[in-house]
Design a binder for this molecule. Structure first.
Ligand SMILES: [Mn+2]
Length: 486
C-alpha cells in the first residue's frame, strides 16, 4: 500500500491537521494543482435513504437508557482505530454498546444523550464528508480519497434516525458541559480526557452494567441476526470438513483460513479467534496459535463463529475425527460429552435457574468419570469437592450476542444467579479434557479433548437449538462428514 499523501510532502507536514494549512500553499502542491483539485466533482449526496433494519429496535433501546438515567448526560463512544504497527491499524470493530444503541459502526463516532426537561436530546457525532475546498479530501490521511466515501451527516440522520453533528466539535462541547455526566469507558481516550473532572468510575460502571443487562433478553431482530450468524457458521464447518485432506498436508492454519474465508464473505468477521485444535491441542482451552499438524487418527476440536454485518456472533464447537471415524476411546469420551450436553440442553427452560444446565451437564460427566474409574465415587462426593473439574475445566455455557461472552458485566443476581427468560440466548458446551501429561489417567485417555457447543434460544415453552443443522451424535457426525467428502 502507498503511504504518502504526496511524494514531495515531508511526512511531518502531511500529518498536520489540515485546518492549520488553510489559505496557504501546501508543500509540494502548486497553487494551480490545489485550485484544480477543488472543482469538477459530481454531487453524490444520497437522498431518500431508508433507515437501517434495526432502527426501531435501537430507538427502543435508547428510550430505555434515557428512562434509567434522567437528568444526566450520557456519552457512548464507538472507539478509535488501534495501531497495529507504525502507520497500519487493526480492522476497526465498533464498541458493542455504541452499535447496540445506534446501529452505526463508524470509528470515532459518539452517541450523546443530553438531558432535557422531559427526557434526552439524542445526537450522533460523526466525521462528516471530506471538505473539497480546503484540500482535506485528498491531502489529509482521513480524507475520503484515501479511506473511502463516508456518509454525510444528513445521510447518517436518515439511516440511523438520530440527528448527526460533527464529532470534531464534541470534545470542546463536553468540556463546557454542565451537570452530571456518565461515559462508557475503555473505547475513546480523547472523549474520556474531555470528561475527567466530570465523571467517576463508579457511576460510569453503572452505565456499563445497565447496557450489559439490557442485552440479556434478545428482541426478534437480534434472534434473527444470531440465526444468520449460526447458519453461516454451519457452512464454515462444512467448508472445513471438505478440506481436511489439505489441512493434513499443511497445518491447523488451513482450517483457520478456510473458516475465515466464510466469515469474511458472508459476515463482518469471525466473532472471536477461531480455535482450530488438533490432537492434544484440544486440551488447551483457548488454542488460537493454530500452527500444529493435523493427523489422521486424531480429533480436531473446532470452536468458531461467524459475526454478522450487524455484529452478532455464533459460538459453535464440534470435535471431529480427522479421518472421518472415531476410535473406540475417542467415541467413548465423545458420547459421554454428548450425553452431558443433552442433559444440559434439556435444562434450558424459561423459569429455570441459569446454573441448572451447568449442574445437569456436570453431573453426567462426573458419573462417567466415576464409572470409568478415573475418580473415586460416590458422584455426590466428587461434585461436592469439585474433583471432576480436573477434566471438565470450565463452565458449561454463557450468554451469546454481540459479544461472544455477552452481558459480561451484568450483575451476578441477573445473570449467574439469575433465572432464564424467553429471548435469552446461551451456549451449552460441556467438555472433557485429558492433558497429554496427565499421569492420573490411563495412557489411552491422554491427549484427548472433546467439547460440543451449541447456541440455544430460550423460548416460551422450552428452547430451540439455533445450531441444530450441525450433527452432534457421533454416528451422525461420521455420516455427515462422509457425505461432504464424497
Ligand atoms: Mn462458548
Amino acid at each position: 500500500m502507498s503511504d504518502e499523501l504526496n511524494p514531495e510532502t515531508p511526512e511531518s507536514e502531511a500529518e498536520e491537521p489540515i485546518k492549520q494549512r488553510k489559505n496557504g500553499l501546501y508543500p509540494g502542491v502548486s497553487d494551480e494543482l490545489a485550485e484544480n483539485m477543488r472543482g469538477g466533482w459530481a454531487d453524490t449526496e444520497l437522498r431518500d435513504l431508508k433507515p437501517v433494519a434495526q432502527a426501531a429496535e435501537t430507538r427502543r433501546r435508547r428510550a430505555a437508557l434515557s428512562a434509567r438515567f434522567p437528568g444526566e448526560r450520557l456519552v457512548i463512544p464507538a472507539g478509535n482505530l488501534k495501531t497495529r504497527s507504525n502507520d497500519t491499524e487493526y480492522a476497526f470493530r465498533a464498541s458493542t454498546e455504541y452499535a447496540y444503541l445506534t446501529g452505526n459502526q463508524t470509528e470515532d463516532g459518539v452517541l450523546v444523550l443530553e438531558p432535557t426537561a422531559d427526557g434526552h436530546r439524542e445526537t450522533i457525532y460523526l466525521l462528516p464528508r471530506s471538505d473539497r475546498e480546503n484540500g482535506e479530501f485528498w491531502l489529509s490521511g482521513q480524507g475520503e480519497l484515501w479511506v473511502g466515501r463516508r456518509h454525510s451527516l444528513a445521510e447518517s440522520e436518515a439511516l440511523y434516525g438520530i440527528p448527526a453533528a460533527d464529532v470534531r466539535e464534541l470534545a470542546e462541547k463536553l468540556r463546557e458541559a454542565r451537570g452530571p455526566v456518565r461515559v462508557v469507558r475503555g473505547h475513546d481516550a480523547g472523549i474520556e480526557a474531555a470528561l475527567t473532572d466530570k465523571v467517576t468510575a463508579e457511576r460510569d460502571e453503572e452505565l456499563r452494567v445497565f447496557l450489559s443487562e439490557a442485552r440479556l433478553v434478545k428482541d426478534a431482530f437480534e434472534i434473527g441476526e444470531l440465526q444468520k450468524a449460526v447458519d453461516s457458521t454451519v457452512r464454515g464447518f462444512e467448508d472445513v470438513v471438505k478440506v481436511l485432506d489439505k489441512a493434513e498436508a499443511t497445518s491447523e492454519r488451513y482450517i483457520e483460513g478456510t473458516f475465515f474465508l466464510r466469515a469474511r464473505v458472508e459476515g463482518n468477521d469471525i466473532g472471536y479467534g477461531s480455535i482450530c485444535a488438533s490432537g492434544p491441542h484440544a486440551c488447551t482451552l483457548h488454542w488460537v496459535r493454530n500452527d500444529g499438524p493435523v493427523r489422521s487418527g486424531d480429533l480436531l476440536l473446532l470452536d468458531a463463529g461467524v459475526e454478522t454485518h450487524t455484529l452478532y456472533t455464533a459460538d459453535v464447537t464440534r470435535t471431529l475425527p480427522v479421518n472421518g471415524t472415531y476410535t473406540d476411546i475417542q467415541r467413548k469420551i465423545y458420547d459421554a460429552v454428548y450425553e452431558a450436553q443433552e442433559a444440559g440442553i434439556a435444562a434450558v427452560q424459561p423459569g429455570a435457574k441459569f446454573r441448572d444446565f451447568h449442574d445437569a451437564a456436570q453431573r453426567v460427566l462426573t458419573a462417567k468419570l466415576v464409572e470409568w474409574g478415573l475418580v473415586e465415587g460416590p458422584v455426590e462426593r466428587v461434585l461436592e469437592l469439585g474433583l471432576q473439574r480436573r477434566w471438565t475445566l470450565h463452565g458449561t455455557g454463557h450468554m451469546l450476542g454481540m459479544d461472544v461472552h455477552d452481558c459480561a458485566v451484568a450483575r451476578t443476581e441477573t445473570y449467574v444467579d439469575g433465572t432464564l427468560e424467553p429471548g435469552m440466548v446461551l451456549t451449552v458446551e460441556p467438555g472433557l479434557y485429558f492433558q497429554a501429561d496427565d499421569l492420573t489417567v490411563p495412557e489411552e485417555y491422554r491427549g484427548i479433548g472433546v467439547r460440543i457447543e451449541d447456541d440455544i434460544l430460550v423460548t416460551e415453552d422450552g428452547n430451540r437449538n439455533l445450531s441444530a443443522a450441525l450433527p452432534r451424535r457421533s454416528d451422525e457426525v461420521e455420516s455427515w462428514m462422509a457425505s461432504l467428502k464424497s
